[in-house]
Design a protein around this ligand. Structure first.
Ligand code: NDP
Length: 449
């Protein structure tokens, strides 16, 4: 491993040694460390205060047993987690992932990235993440409810509206947030904004459901305008995933005049050259909870590709919106071969480091997740504000704020890249801008001797 700064090299080596078997966490740390060298070399205060050592160690990592009973009467045990990574600039904030692949490494990578993402939004939110290795696929509604209640029966003692405010993520949508909120309310005996992504009838914010996908498109639009004097209009867009982020990215692509032609799940992808039928996609995925292949059975001209990813389909813009490491070097090569002009990350860490390097060397615009998908947590921050005021803003007002936040993020990230001599490198800009605010707050708050 070669880092230019001896301080960074030493800390990274230590992290790998002290956190064995955590490849996703190492990957996320490495990406940040590789890009913040100019900031660290410019000022020895960060080394003096041990900021890299501290920022990479969660303030708290809570794991707990979740016992729940399935419909057949069987007792099931899953592992629950909450990573409270950094509270320098606000209460811990980050989603809950329910997926069999969840473990400490995955949640530490997500929680670590969340620190910088939340910092970029300009809102007072620290970084956290949580979840469980519970697999919601194929479970009945009652099983989901029992699991969520069991999960919250332990989690509730660790969270609070001024302490830690979880939200949704993979496998945790409006239904799960409802069950989790209900259980928190019962146990804590209070009605507070302790979770975001809530239903509109009980403290949710308009636009929260749409926010990550919409924000991704607002960011992409800013990136195209600012760095290429171009826009999404008339562009063909490949999207992966068919969950919350993908669906509302597709909706916004249409509104901005683009043509989304793919969607996927973990079994394969669909290609609809006439543009994805959004109403049908919502019905299949949000209402009926079906698999994506069923789309191709219904729509004439659409094709289903089992076990494949959508990146070989020619497009102008690629928006990976499913999961980590879903776009690898070979996928990047195919996209570049087909003249892609921009890639922006809806999912967290969807592009591998090799794919990112290839895009950057090929002069493809690359919007990193920390900046491009920050619209979700930003709108969660707006939900927290509305809850504190016991007030609800209109759709237009929240959407306007979201748009302004995404523009602010793009401007901050590209300005920071320019200031530190890496103009156009939005990944470096995002990491440095996100880092500076948190690191300076940590220094200001001192260390206990
Ligand atoms: P959902 O659970 O709503 O949807 C996830 C989608 O990704 C599904 O289509 C799912 O397919 C697919 N997927 C999951 N795992 C894999 C895999 N291993 N390989 C291929 N496809 C997979 O989640 P979200 O849309 O909320 O989240 C998607 C991504 O966006 C995640 O990386 C998340 O962390 C990130 N994100 C989400 C935010 C939010 O507000 N929801 C905010 C910021 C980031 P299947 O049904 O087959 O599992």
């Amino acid at each position: 491993m070669k880092f230019k700064s001896p301080y960074i090299a030493r800390v990274y080596e230590d992290i790998v040694a002290r956190n064995p078997n955590e490849p996703e966490f190492h990957q996320a740390v490495k990406e940040v460390f590789e890009t913040i060298t100019p900031v660290i070399e410019n000022n020895d205060i960060y080394e003096k205060h041990g900021i890299l050592e501290r920022i990479t160690e969660p303030e708290r990592l809570i794991t707990f047993r979740v016992t729940w009973v399935s419909d057949d009467g069987k007792v099931n045990v899953n592992r629950g987690y909450r990573v409270q990574f950094n509270s320098a600039i606000g209460p811990y904030k980050g989603g809950l992932r329910l997926h069999p692949s969840v473990n400490a490494s995955v949640l530490k990578f997500l929680g670590f990235e969340q620190i910088f993402k939340n910092s970029l939004t300009g809102l007072p939110m620290g970084g956290g993440k949580g979840g469980s290795d519970f697999n919601p696929k194929g479970k009945s509604d009652m099983e989901i409810m029992r699991f969520c209640q069991a999960f919250m029966s332990e989690l509730y003692r660790h969270i609070g509206p001024n302490l830690d405010v979880p939200a949704g993520d993979i496998g945790t949508g409006a239904r799960e947030i409802g069950y989790l909120f209900g259980q928190y309310k019962r146990l804590a005996n209070e009605f507070t904004g302790v979770l975001t992504g809530k239903g509109l009838a009980y403290g949710g914010s308009l636009v929260r459901k749409e926010a990550t996908g919409y924000g991704l498109c607002y960011f992409t639009e800013e990136m195209l305008k600012g760095l290429k004097n171009d826009s999404i209009k008339n562009k063909k867009v490949c999207v992966s995933g068919s969950g919350n982020v993908a669906i509302y990215a597709i909706e916004k692509i249409y509104e901005l005049g683009g043509l989304p032609v793919t969607a996927s799940d973990s079994d394969g992808f669909i290609y609809d050259p006439n543009g994805i039928d959004l109403d049908l996609l919502k019905k299949l995925k949000e209402v009926e909870r079906k698999r994506i292949f069923e789309y191709a059975d219904i729509v004439k001209g659409a094709e289903y590709f089992e076990g494949q990813r959508p990146w070989a389909i020619p497009c102008d813009i690629a928006l990976p919106c499913a999961t980590q490491n879903e776009l690898e070097l070979d996928d990047a090569k195919k996209l570049v071969e087909n003249n892609v002009i921009a890639v922006a990350e809806g999912a967290n860490m969807p592009c591998t480091p090799e794919a990112i390097e290839y895009f950057q060397n090929s002069k493809v615009l690359y919007g990193p997740a920390k900046a491009a998908n920050a619209g979700g947590v930003a709108t969660s921050g707006l939900e927290m504000s509305q809850n504190s005021m016991r007030y609800s803003w209109t759709f237009e007002k929240v959407d306007e704020r979201l748009k302004a936040i995404m523009k602010g993020i793009f401007d901050n990230v590209s300005e920071t890249a320019k200031t530190y001599g890496v103009e156009g490198d939005l990944m470096a800009g995002a990491n440095m801008a996100g880092f500076l605010k948190v690191a300076d707050a940590m220094i200001a708050q001192g260390i206990i001797f």
